[in-house]
Design a protein around this ligand. Structure first.
Ligand SMILES: Cc1ncc(COP(=O)(O)O)c(C=O)c1O
Length: 404
């Protein structure tokens, strides 16, 4: 299909809920995406952090193809070797207190299941989350998502939600732990701006959960699976969640979400209380097994830590040398650059220079590249970001009549 026709069809037929950037993807491999004209783009968005092993990873494609020849659907009422194999791999990397997992089709669905499990197990209905949080856009997940622009148009959300200040110990002191079913926390906030909490905050949150019976849910959907330099980002903080939600990269590009929980919680759920037609789908399971095997065999969290530190240092240099950049931060390959101008001005310019990234809020570029990237890709990304900001600065100077 002609790229301009693709844009025309999508723009006229698809519900307009995504911010679009006018790039039609022809194919992708490793850390690169190509458009129909054969132009390559370095992809530091990676499907919003999904392509952790890079695009077109052979092991994932082979696993999906082999599974497709056996069966592509096996309802949860029947048994599936592909699902069992995935679960064995999954539990080999989960913390030892996790005893069962619910298999869903997206991150938001994994969050919905976590809400239900916590409410059922505690008999409480109040939920707690953090300001700046993002947990998804289904009604339950949206209720514990901070952004007003997402929540406000939909009045009938879950009625009892308390938001603590992310990273603020004082705000934990006054939070109603005794009445709460669960506290949902991202180990590093993504949508909120790549916010990295202190270990002290996380451990105090855990301590208060333990003493009050409030369930601690770690939302590892974005930060998990090696991205921050540990398999699970909460490992940085030395805490032990009661529930973990996992998504994005886990299905190797096939939709999948996981809610893992400790035995005390899983025993609260009864037959029929949480199911989904596609949950535990054999194709997603086969892909997920391949993802986890590659992740473990190549110890990719170590690469994320190493490449992340090179990239974060480079972002720091850009932040201190470019007028349009303000500050930078990151953990492994979950990184951000704060700008003094809107991302809407910068992202299209980056795309024009062959680089794709995403954003958090209006002025922060967010980077979620494949965690397989090497030094060449890190350096290339830094050089494109620097060059793009230099070009915008120069254009602004020219427009204001200022001399170089
Ligand atoms: C931390 C976190 N939780 C939940 C979600 C929702 O996942 P999904 O978009 O697959 O529903 C996201 C998506 O970006 C996320 O980053």
């Amino acid at each position: 299909m002609d790229p301009s026709h693709v844009i025309e069809v999508e723009d006229s037929k698809l519900l307009r809920t995504f911010q679009r950037f006018g790039l039609v993807v022809d194919h992708a491999l490793g850390a690169y995406i190509w458009d129909a004209s054969g132009r390559a783009y370095l992809d530091f968005m990676a499907g919003y952090g999904v392509a952790i092993l890079g695009h077109g990873r052979r092991e994932i494609a082979d696993a999906i193809k082999a599974q497709l020849d056996r069966n592509s659907i096996c309802h949860g009422s029947l048994y599936s070797p592909a699902r069992a194999e995935f679960l064995e791999e999954l539990f080999s990397v989960l913390p030892s207190n996790m005893s069962s997992a619910y298999m869903a089709n997206s991150g938001a669905e994994a969050i919905e299941a976590a809400i239900k499990v916590a409410v059922k197990a505690t008999g409480r209905s109040l939920l707690m989350a953090a300001k700046g949080s993002y947990h998804g856009k289904t009604l339950g997940a949206l209720s514990i998502t901070w952004g007003e622009k997402y929540r406000k148009p939909f009045s009938q959300l879950l009625p009892k939600v308390h938001f603590v200040d992310y990273g603020d110990l004082k705000s934990l002191e006054s939070a109603p732990f005794e009445e709460a079913a669960a506290l949902f926390l991202e180990p590093v906030q993504g949508e909120g701006g790549v916010n990295i909490p202190s270990g002290e905050f996380m451990r105090e949150a855990e301590r208060r959960c333990r003493s009050s019976g409030c369930v601690l849910v770690m939302d590892e959907i974005q930060a998990g699976l090696g991205r921050t330099g540990r398999i699970w980002a909460h490992e940085h903080w030395g805490v032990r969640p009661d529930v973990m939600t996992i998504g994005k990269g886990i299905g190797g590009g096939v939709p999948m979400g996981i809610t893992a929980m400790s035995s005390e919680l899983s025993s609260a759920m009864r037959l029929g209380e949480q199911t989904s037609t596609f949950g535990g789908n054999p194709l997603a399971s086969a892909a997920g097994t391949a993802v986890l095997r590659v992740l473990k065999a190549e110890r990719l969290w170590e690469n994320a830590e190493k490449m992340g530190s090179r990239f974060i240092q480079g972002l720091g240099r850009i932040a201190s040398s470019r007028r349009l950049a303000e500050s930078s931060r990151g953990l492994g390959l979950m990184d951000a650059l704060d700008l003094r101008i809107g991302v809407s001005e910068v992202i299209p310019a980056l795309i024009s220079n062959g680089f794709i990234s995403t954003y958090s809020g209006l002025r922060t570029l967010r980077f979620l590249p494949p965690i397989t990237i090497g030094e060449e890709e890190v350096d290339r990304a830094l050089s494109i970001i620097d060059k793009t900001l230099a070009e915008i600065e120069q254009a602004k100077r020219a427009a204001s009549g200022e001399r170089d």
